[in-house]
Write a protein that binds this ligand. Structure first.
Ligand SMILES: [Zn+2]
Length: 429
């Protein structure tokens, strides 16, 4: 699987100057290529055509052969992406304002947009922790880079292909692609259901919840500080806000990494898979009191899901996403689904059978149950060819859930039915 690792470059004064000259110049050249392409071919410029038109001039401007190629390729890629976005309707229907704006002028590149380097323009020395990199003032060698020991190990073993040079807040980073071997996914003994929510970022079906009151405090404090700075309305306050926003985003990313790491580690240790509720618009699903709205809208739940997914893949842990409908209102013991099963946001209390507990935990258990039945379908052998028509497995699902209700022991404890037992039941249907 391909993942990216970011390393920070630590150039000395001379090297930094060379980099500072290069990136804006490269992007300016890309803007020029983009405008030429737009003039001749609209949004349909191909690499070959652009090369014919622009390669010579780029070489004259002092870009090496590789750099010129990369600039041209980047421009062509940008147009390909734009065309795909238009086709997919991401910029609205024909005649929409946004779409018109995108179509009526050439694609533009910011002065500090990332530039791509391949192995001919960038070489890595892992032992010395340095890179040698092409710039407009010639190749600069021995540029030191900083990263964690684990990242260095991964880079040395599995780095492949191209890397991006980016500049953020005056700091330089290389974003390298790493192609790590993927372990085989093991057969899970059970699943851990994970419910993502506002109060607890992630609650598992084991009842572990991740998120402390400390994080809530930190975010509230940030929000208050933000409001203070916003009220100033000066140019420097805008700058400061941007900086703080990035800092907050980094913090959220860090927290998400930590939570994901723990969840995956537990799953791996206990040989279970991980199930997550599909996040189609948590914002539409959840109604939140006004004072919490800021907290909800700014937490990257989607990122948390992505982190759990890729860390699971890396560890060979089975990962599955399940339908999120009513996971917070359904009783995992008797199946009774009703809004008033949730007297308050934090508590769950079944109106029919009386099962009660923390709402997030209950939701996690529901997610786990759905995963148990869904996993069987995912891994079920193809239907027998003798069957007249393909069977829509999704239609069978309620039946399976119903059949499982009977396995529940009378004292109301969770069924111990393993995935294996579930499979037998499903095959019999
Ligand atoms: Zn119940």
């Amino acid at each position: 699987m391909k993942i990216v690792r970011q390393v920070k470059l630590v150039p000395d004064a001379v090297q930094a100057l060379a980099l500072q000259r290069t990136l804006p110049a490269v992007n300016e050249a890309a803007n020029w290529v983009s405008s030429v392409g737009f003039e001749h071919f609209g949004l349909k410029a191909s690499v070959r055509e652009l090369r014919k038109l622009c390669y010579g001039k780029l070489k004259d401007l002092g870009f090496g052969a590789q750099a010129a190629q990369h600039i041209i390729k980047r421009v062509a890629d940008a147009y390909t992406t734009l065309r795909a976005n238009i086709r997919a309707g991401n910029l609205g229907p024909e005649g929409a304002k946004r779409r018109h704006r995108a179509e009526s002028k050439p694609v533009a590149f910011r002065p500090h947009a990332a530039h791509t380097y391949d192995d001919r323009c960038l070489s890595w020395n892992y032992d010395a922790q340095t890179v040698s990199i092409w710039t407009l003032t010639g190749r600069i060698r021995n540029v030191r880079f900083a990263c964690s020991p684990q990242a260095l190990k991964a880079l040395a073993a599995c780095r492949r292909g191209e890397s991006d040079l980016v500049c953020r807040d005056g700091k330089w980073f290389l974003i390298a692609t790493i192609d790590i071997p993927e372990p085989e996914v093991f057969e899970p003994k059970d699943f851990i259901g994970v419910d993502r929510g506002i109060v607890n970022l992630a609650t598992t079906s084991d009842g572990d919840n991740h998120q402390g009151r400390r994080l809530g405090r930190y975010r509230r404090w940030q929000a208050r500080k933000r409001a203070e700075i916003q009220a100033r309305k000066t140019r420097s306050s805008v700058q400061l806000l941007k900086k703080r926003a990035r800092k907050e985003a980094r913090h959220a990313t860090h927290v998400n990494h930590k939570v994901a790491k723990v969840v995956v580690a537990v799953a791996q240790r206990t040989e279970r898979g991980i199930a997550l509720e599909e996040l189609r618009g948590i914002r539409e699903r959840v109604t939140v009191p006004r004072d919490q709205r800021a907290r909800l809208s700014s937490w990257p739940f989607h990122q948390l899901g992505e982190f759990i997914a890729y860390k699971a893949r890396q560890a060979g842990v089975p990962f599955i996403e399940v339908d999120p409908a009513y996971t917070s209102q359904r009783c995992p013991r008797c199946g009774h689904t009703a809004r008033n099963n949730r007297p308050s946001r934090d508590c769950f209390s079944c109106r029919r059978c009386g099962l009660a507990g923390p709402a997030d935990h209950v939701a996690g258990v529901n997610v786990r149950q759905r995963a148990r039945s869904a996993w069987v379908f995912v891994n079920m052998p193809d239907p027998f060819p003798a069957w007249p028509e393909p069977v829509d497995v999704t239609r069978d699902r309620p039946v399976v859930e119903g059949s499982r209700e009977h396995e529940r022991s009378p004292d109301g404890t969770e069924p111990t039915s393993s995935v294996l037992q579930g499979r037998v039941v499903d095959r019999l249907i």
